[in-house]
Structure formats: C-alpha cells, structure tokens
Design a protein around this ligand. Sequence first.
Ligand SMILES: Nc1ncnc2c1ncn2[C@@H]1O[C@H](COP(=O)(O)O)[C@@H](OP(=O)(O)O)[C@H]1O
Ligand SMILES: [Mg+2]
Ligand SMILES: [Mg+2]
Ligand SMILES: [Mg+2]
Length: 385
Amino acid sequence: MAYEKELDAAKKAASLAARLCQKVQKALLQSDVQSKSDKSPVTVADYGSQAVVSLLLQRELISEPFSLVAEEDSADLRKEGSQDIIERITKLVNDTLATEDPLKPIDSTLSTDDILRAIDCGTSEGGPNGRHWVLDPIDGTKGFLRGDQYAVALGLLEEGKVVLGVLACPNLPLASIAGNDNKNKNSSSSEEKGCLFYATIGSGTYMQPLDSRSEPVKVHVSSVENPEDASFFESFEGAHSLHDLSSSIANKLGVKAPPVRIDSQAKYGALSRGDGAIYLRFPHKGYREKIWDHVAGAIVVTGNNNIINITIYRICECECNIWFCLWDAEAGGIVTDAGGKALDFSKGKYLDLDTGIIVANEKIMPLLLKAVRDSIAEQENASSL
Ligand SMILES: Nc1ncnc2c1ncn2[C@@H]1O[C@H](COP(=O)(O)O)[C@@H](OP(=O)(O)O)[C@H]1O
Ligand SMILES: [Mg+2]
Ligand SMILES: [Mg+2]
Ligand SMILES: [Mg+2]
C-alpha cells in the first residue's frame, strides 16, 4: 500500500496526541476552580499535541525531509511570564511520550527548548511542491473547552494534493450518532467513545477505536439519494458558519431532520461513516479558511476518490437553469466550495474559496449545488434591497 510507513507514523502520532488532549480535558472538566475564561488548559493541550505530533513524525520518518504546516507556533510561549506554562507543556509531553511503549526505556527527557523547537517545526508555508504534513493539534478548541467534540487532525500533501489523512476524535461515539438529539452528539455520555479515522489515496477510509482494541473497519458515506431523508451537519458555533443560510439550503432540498451541530472535523469523520449525508460550512464574510481545518477531513470523507475534477455544465440557459455536473469520482463523498470547485490545498496556509465548503455524496451533490446557488442569490438580492 502506498504511504504505509507514513500512515503508521501518522496514526501513532495522532493517537498519542489525542491521549495528551484527553488527559487535559479530563482534568479541565473535573476542576471546579477552573474559570470559564481561563484558556490555559486548551493552550497547554494545543501546544502539547503539536509537540507530540512533530516529535513522533520526525522520529518515525527519520530519513525523510520534514515539513510541517501547523496551527500553533511558539511566539507567545517565548514571551516573558510564560515559563510556567512551558514547563507544564514539557512535563505533559514527556509523560505522554513515556506512555507510548511502557516497556521501552525512555532515551532522555526532553527539555523546554526541545519542546519549543518541536512546536516551531510547524511553521512551514506548504505550497504546491514537495511533501508537507498539515496539522491542527486541537481542532474545535471551543468544543474541547465545553467538554464536547474536538479532533487531532493530521494530513499529508504531496505536490499540493492530499494523499493521507488521520482524524483522532476522542469524544466521538464508536456507534453512529445518526438519529440522536444534538445534545447527545456533543456531550459526554457513557457509550463507548474515541474514533480514529484514516485514509490514504486510493485505499478508502477506515475507522478503528482510538485505543486500538479492535480491528479497523472500512467505512462509506451515506448512500441516501433523496435529500428529504438526509440529515446535515454544521458547526456548533454560529460564529463559524451562517446557520440561516444552511437552513435556507436545507429547506430548498426538503431536508426534514434538524441540523446536527457538532464541533471540529469530527463532522467529516461522522459523515465518512454515513451518520449524516451533508455538511454545510459558510463562514461570515471576510473569514479565510485554513488548510489544517480541512486537509485530513477532506480525504477521510472522500475516501478513495481524492482526485476530483468537477465540471459543471450549464445545459440550459433559460429560467429553469438546469445544471449538469460530472465528476471524476469512484465512491465516497465529494467536498467542494460553494461554486462546486474542488478544494485547492496547494496555495499555502489558506484556502482560496468561493463562499463556503459543502460535502455530500455524488447523488445529492448536484441538487445541493443548485440549492446553495439559489439560496446565496436570494440572500444577495435581499441584502441589496
Ligand atoms: N469566524 C470563523 N469562521 C469560520 N471558522 C472559524 C472562525 N473562527 C475560527 N474558525 C475555525 O473553525 C474551527 C473549528 O471548526 P468548527 O466550527 O467546525 O468546530 C477552528 O479551529 P480551531 O478550533 O482549531 O481553532 C477555527 O480555525
Ligand atoms: Mg481548527
Ligand atoms: Mg486548532
Ligand atoms: Mg485555533
């Protein structure tokens, strides 16, 4: 299998980083004294997770050049007054790495400088040439703080295309979340939780328990053809996506189920196993999407059809405005911007998008594109009045 060595390293790195995050989230939720506005737990977990992934990938893929585009950098940690927080991160990273293989003797304890350097390995700019790892050490920081969904999201770009993705979702139930109410989807409950999703180009998407207690299973997106039977996912945070616009699109499609609002790229993971059929993400004007918020999720949900070329033909210029879409896709989901264009991860840290990001299976996508176009046009007309 292509990228086998890289996938093993990525799964190990994301799982270990997730273990670090789980430890911090548990302490955070148990602490009565933690004030809601205190962001330090998430800060410690964010940096700690980034350091673990950076160190693990470099150690496991020692003979390869290493480039990492990651969300965090150490600038704030190097400011005066941050010594205490760096020491907390360093201890957490050392403790986490020591759990990797309890029988293996620990070579040496990492210093605060080692940790800062590991974090700063993530300052690559990415781009269209060569290989770049892409990391969101905690995606869904707001969910993490609430005790809800979050993900460690790690992907690999080769010549600007996503070739591998791993999503560790510590709070996502192993069983489908379809049909539960929104509260259950986001909050902790007693059911078994912790999913690791992964995909490499041409090999499909798999899911296994985060603690590896059972074998991976191949997953598929929903095969629902009638949008009336589909349910759609969107951000929990209204500030991250226009819920009104999603609701207008869902109405046009005839979707009956209420929106499923969850944090982070756990949405892509849940969609990849068919828990829902549509993902709608429409940031407020001016927001620029970052590649680490979508690289891993995009390949996980597209599975074995990562190379998607979509041609949209307008076959009728009259009022009925029928569009015909043709994609070069085998199976799995389709991820595009609001105009139907495949996401381009080759432009550096940012995605250059038309309005938003949408995901659906190939049966629903043509209808979805039309509903998106019509809803956006209506919204523009209303605001110009
Ligand atoms: N105003 C905004 N609009 C859209 N996305 C935003 C946003 N502010 C932050 N985000 C991004 O939304 C991500 C979370 O996605 P979701 O809404 O699906 O949970 C955040 O990732 P981080 O939590 O890693 O910072 C952040 O990058
Ligand atoms: Mg993120
Ligand atoms: Mg993040
Ligand atoms: Mg962030």
